[in-house]
Design a protein around this ligand. Structure first.
Ligand code: PYC
Length: 316
């Protein structure tokens, strides 16, 4: 029988519309010398807490959760393991921006640089005086361009596979309305594409379930270069422009020779929020930078009554 603590302390925020729920106390710490080991320990021993914190009735499908841990690297402020209604994430761009604002809210950081350890590497972030945050993400790369896929109910399509802290399939689909009124069709289409990508075994097996699907189109804001729709692994869509998704997009644009190092790319989300992003080179690595804003929306105590049959959340 899974056991629950009597309470868990959380701070909620949103980054460009996408929620982050940071667990700051009450959750037994996972064991391990590395963040990857801690994520594996969390998944094997405390997965019921992941589900309880982000799923209904305490959460909802759009929430990305984060568990704050002690750091593993010298000079880091903390570690963070991101998760959602379906599984665990490598990195999370909007989530990291939310974590930095949350740490500021908790008086743990001030404007300046802060380093945070994640299961896929240490990420540096700059909290600016205007409260926006720039993250220096883990290196991004383009795995494969122009992958041909046959999508049942859609037909043949092409797309690129890239890593930006999570795996992404960037579908070449044009002429579809990227408006909030078209969410149902966008979700149905990207779910079909994801099933076809999974079925084709195009990404490393252990990460296959973490594939996100992105579609791009013309922006609606004058100050943006592109607008996107991003399907997350749990079946809901990203309300922000997706920090790891735009990192993957930059890697593809660079591979195609469509963007230069340092050149700004302004990515609009389906909700109209904006991230400003660019690439820099560090040795052989292409490092994406993503600047956006988050707002703290709540601070609460989740309660777990031993009598509650839904203490562990409602399954998918
Ligand atoms: O911002 O990287 C991101 C992200 C991943 C899933 C939801 N948001």
């Amino acid at each position: 029988m899974p056991t629950f603590p009597s309470s868990i302390e959380i701070v909620d925020s949103h980054t460009g519309g996408e929620p982050t729920r940071l667990v700051v106390d009450g959750w037994p710490q996972p064991e391990g010398e590395t963040m990857e080991a801690r994520r594996a320990d969390l998944a094997s021993r405390w997965d019921h807490l992941r589900q309880a914190v982000v799923r209904e009735p305490r959460g909802h499908d759009a929430i990305v959760g984060g568990l704050l841990t002690p750091p593993v690297e010298e000079g880091s402020e903390a570690g963070v393991i991101f998760f959602n209604n379906a599984s665990y994430l490598g990195m999370c761009g909007h989530g990291l921006i939310g974590v930095v604002r949350t740490l500021e809210h908790l008086d743990r950081v001030e404007p300046g640089t802060v380093r945070l350890d994640t299961p896929v590497g240490t990420v540096s972030a700059e909290l600016h005086d205007d409260k926006s945050v720039t993250i220096e993400n883990v290196p991004a790369w383009c795995e494969r361009l122009d992958v041909a896929l046959s999508v049942p109910g859609v037909g043949p399509i092409r797309g690129d596979i890239a890593w930006g802290g999570n795996w992404f399939f960037l579908a070449h689909i044009t002429g579809i309305d990227l408006g909030l009124t078209n969410l149902e069709a966008l979700t149905a289409l990207t779910k079909k594409i994801r099933a076809a990508v999974d079925g084709a075994g195009r990404v490393p097996v252990t990460d296959r379930e973490l594939i996100h699907v992105e579609i791009f189109g013309p922006p609606t804001r004058d100050d943006a270069d592109s607008k996107n729709f991003v399907l997350c692994p749990g079946g809901d869509y990203d309300r922000s422009p997706c920090g790891t998704g735009v990192s993957a997009k930059l890697a593809v644009l660079f591979e195609r020779g469509e963007i230069e190092l340092g050149e700004r790319w302004r990515q609009e989300s389906i909700t109209g929020s904006l991230f400003t992003c660019w690439l820099e080179r560090r040795g052989d690595d292409l490092v994406p930078f993503v600047r956006g804003r988050a707002w703290v929306t709540g601070r609460s105590t989740l309660l777990f009554d031993p009598d509650d049959p839904l203490a562990g959340g409602i399954g998918l």
